[in-house]
Design a protein around this ligand. Structure first.
Ligand SMILES: C[S@@+](CC[C@H](N)C(=O)[O-])C[C@H]1O[C@@H](n2cnc3c(N)ncnc32)[C@H](O)[C@@H]1O
Length: 299
């Protein structure tokens, strides 16, 4: 999703373009960056065309990830970017990018949820009134998150169940993490808690609501039965419980796992629920009251 407007927060009436999610599962080796960018952004040209960054402009990348769009915006002209991500590993990458000589004083990383952008810009950057010339959002999970087994997102890689974008993994040491990172983890629920402690009805509802799986009750029953024997600890165990309960049909409907693999749909459902991905409070579109926006275009 991409917004562009003249130094104001966007509204639904300003230019809004929807960009399809750009996950790719190939490694993007970029020797210019001080880290390995696993996520390959595939809509760089579209982002630059619609955002049309100009020198002196201030833009926001609300989902930094591996920084593909931030880098493209910064490279396009002498502008500034505020880069937000709730994933502490993405934030660390943003800090590394910010320390590169070509981006010094031009990139401002923030750790947090984009729905809190107003508060975050004030508290973490000490800017009085945030005001952007354009924003870009690339919502969803990043390739780096999915492809790191210890983050517990993947039904294809075995790791401790987690799926929280704002966690470094369920086994990660949290002793020395920053207060901002600790605040994101506070009161959070991981996939481990869902599969081991939620009721059968709760699990079925999540799978149906966010995975659209008509076999949600069967899958939930299989999960609850399995956990009577021992706790379900890993992504591998969960995937095999689901696949045993609902075997993948022999006939194929293309290569799309979301169509033919019930583990894919259940994992997606848990991920969306855990990260509160469908939530009005996550909405950065209305940080300024509509009335105020009508009266004063350039905030
Ligand atoms: C698809 S990736 C973005 C990839 C990025 N465009 C790139 O080129 O590498 C989505 C990112 O958004 C982050 N994210 C998802 N929901 C978020 C939220 N509510 N607030 C902040 N970051 C979020 C995830 O942690 C993930 O790193």
């Amino acid at each position: 999703m991409l917004f562009s407007s003249a130094r104001t927060f966007p509204s639904f009436t300003s230019k809004v373009s929807f960009l399809s999610r750009c996950a790719s599962y190939t490694t993007l080796s970029n020797c210019e960056l001080p880290y390995i960018a696993i996520h390959k952004p595939v809509m760089i040209q579209e982002v630059l065309t619609h955002l049309a960054p100009t020198a002196g402009g201030i833009y926001s990348d609300l989902t930094f990830g591996d920084g593909g769009y931030t880098k493209a915006i910064l490279d396009s002209c002498d502008c500034q970017v505020v880069a937000i991500d709730q994933d502490p590993t993405a934030y660390e990458k943003a800090l590394q990018m910010a320390s590169m000589s070509s981006y010094k004083g031009r990139l401002f990383p923030i750790l947090g949820r984009f729905g809190d952008i107003h508060r975050l810009v004030k508290t973490q950057l000490s800017w009085s009134l945030p005001c952007f010339d354009g924003m870009v959002m690339d919502i969803g999970v990043s390739s780096g998150q999915v492809e790191t087994a210890s983050r517990g997102f993947s039904y294809k890689l075995d790791g401790p169940l987690d799926m929280r974008m704002f966690s470094r993994g369920r086994d990660a040491d949290t002793t020395n993490i920053s207060p901002n990172e600790r605040a994101l983890l506070r009161k959070s629920i991981s996939a481990y808690e869902i599969v081991n402690f939620f009721s059968r009805e709760q699990i079925a509802n999540i799978i149906y609501q966010y995975g659209g799986d008509r076999l949600s009750r069967k899958i939930a029953a299989a999960i609850v039965d399995a956990r009577q024997l021992e706790p379900i600890e890993t992504t591998g165990s969960l995937a095999s419980i689901i696949q045993k309960a609902c075997p993948q049909p022999r006939w194929k409907r293309g290569d799309d796992d979301m169509l033919r693999n019930s583990a894919a749909r259940t994992f997606q459902a848990f991920r969306i629920y855990i990260n509160n991905e469908v939530n009005k409070n996550n909405e950065p579109l209305f940080p300024v009251p509509r009335e105020k926006k009508k009266k004063k275009k350039n905030l």
